[in-house]
Design a protein around this ligand. Structure first.
Ligand code: 13P
Length: 296
């Protein structure tokens, strides 16, 4: 079985992106995995997928429970499905997820200055290296540079503090990667977390290309929800290797459940009233994964 590092390297070479999808519950995991298998069947090979849990999602699902579920699928089905501790905001939280067996973790201290951010990220990288050696694992560490707003939700406008002027600068990316030793970098390139009513801003593929050349590590695009298909395609061609989607999954699940409950107010069996939510998630993820993997 390929490791996550090998899957990302392969995505880089093939100029495709691995989908990273967040979950808040078991239904989302089922919907995402069903879509992943559907895409794999079309592709004729196993398309890797990453399941992400933010601190809040991890608390709701259970840190250990999520890791155990995903590791069980990976081992039982011999399938490249991985789990990421998404946007962890302290060394302590980062460490807890690594200790719980997560394949990768994102330390997000983007609110700090670059140097303060780099110091904490460096500490996380050192810990992940030590733990990888101790447990014979290959834990990946990702960090963010450049603010893109926080929380996955529908927004009235672009989050405060995000503008073209605050996009990641290639020279900062180079310095940050060298200073920290991270495996993956999440830059700000026009992307924002969440879906902006009236449309998300356009991405900047030229900036992605410059950052990729300067940083020399795989790049991750956060804030994937609401981005136009052609923007994704350009971003992948410019050097994005992993793409995060969350809000679109939340909205699809919410809307499907709401509709079903309105139409069937007396249905009290969870596996009946939750099923439309699973199917709605599967549909969203299937379309995104096909696009990220250059499939028609
Ligand atoms: P969206 O909610 O915009 O899809 O962003 C998700 C994300 O980047 C999670 O890390």
């Amino acid at each position: 079985m390929k490791t996550l590092r090998e899957c990302i390297k392969e995505a880089e070479e093939k100029k495709v992106a691995i989908g990273h999808f967040n979950i808040s519950n078991l239904e989302a995991l089922h919907g995402i995995y069903a879509a992943t298998k559907q895409v794999s069947e079309l592709a004729g090979y196993q398309v890797p997928v990453i399941i992400g849990l933010s601190e809040g999602e991890e608390e709701f699902v259970g840190r250990h429970e999520a890791e155990a579920l995903i590791a069980e699928i990976r081992e039982n089905d011999n399938y490249p499905i991985f789990v990421n501790a998404d946007h962890h905001h302290s060394f302590e939280r980062f460490k807890e997820s690594i200790d719980a067996g997560y394949d990768m973790a994102i330390i997000d201290e983007v609110k700090l200055s670059i140097e303060e951010n780099a110091a904490i990220v460096k500490q996380c990288v050192a810990y992940a290296k030590e733990k990888s050696k101790e447990d014979n694992r290959d834990i990946l560490v990702e960090a963010e540079l450049g603010f893109i707003g926080s929380s996955s939700k529908i927004r009235d406008k672009i989050p405060e503090g995000v503008s073209e002027a605050t996009m990641t600068k290639p020279e900062d990316a180079k310095h940050f990667v060298q200073a920290t030793g991270i495996d993956l970098l999440a830059p700000s390139v026009g992307n924002v977390h969440g879906m902006v009513k009236g449309g998300n801003p356009k991405l900047h593929p030229d900036r992605i290309k410059e950052i990729k050349e300067a940083a020399g590590v795989p790049l991750v695009l956060h804030g994937g929800s609401g981005i136009a298909d052609e923007d994704f395609t350009e971003a992948i061609a410019a050097g994005i290797s992993v793409i995060h989607i969350n809000t679109e999954i939340r909205v699809a699940y919410h809307d499907a459940l709401k509709k079903f409950m309105e139409e069937n107010p007396d249905e009290t069996t969870p596996y009946r009233f939750l099923q439309p939510g699973v199917e709605a998630i599967q549909k969203v993820v299937f379309a995104r994964m096909k696009l990220f993997n250059n499939m028609k």
